[in-house]
Design a protein around this ligand. Sequence first.
Ligand code: FMN
Length: 178
Amino acid sequence: MTLKSKKILLGITGSIAAYKTPALVRLLVKQGAEVKVILTDAAADFVAPLALSTVSGNSVLNSFTNGDEWTNHVELGLWADIFLIAPASANTISKMASGQCDNLLLASYLSAKCQVCFAPAMDLDMYKHPSVKANIALLQSYGNFLIPAEIGELASGLYGEGRMAEPENIVAFLQKQF
Ligand SMILES: Cc1cc2nc3c(=O)[nH]c(=O)nc-3n(C[C@H](O)[C@H](O)[C@H](O)COP(=O)(O)O)c2cc1C
């Protein structure tokens, strides 16, 4: 399936894998998608908003407000054809599973009417923790699509399952899915 003209809302959370997201955005844009980015506060420690706004061609969103204007998460949720959360941290996965809503990404998730895909990224022991597994299963039971973490070298220096799927594989997943 083609991603041409698809509106993709990309939510980026606080994982070291966030450094790969400008490359991910570029690949999506090359496929003809329009991309808007929401960063959590923690994500902004790992990837520069300027890099993401440059490759996406859109301002990067982070807060419920921009000056005296409301960043309308309801409109964002309705705008998107696909809401992709990559990388998805253990923290955000847990908050999504329990319906918490203390940032723009989570409010947009709860407002989204479209297909939601999430690509976890974390260290191997975090990824196999029963609470993380249970939260992932819960999100899947709500109809969200898991883009499984891959096996490889992790930022901790350990080797195992937990790496965010490579940008090319995320794009291939979306193309297959939609
Ligand atoms: C260097 C560093 C790397 C981190 N990498 C990850 C990670 O890969 N996955 C993860 O779930 N949390 C990771 N964390 C922890 C998250 O950044 C932390 O839980 C944060 O509160 C997540 O917030 P967010 O979900 O709102 O983005 C990392 C923290 C640091 C300092």
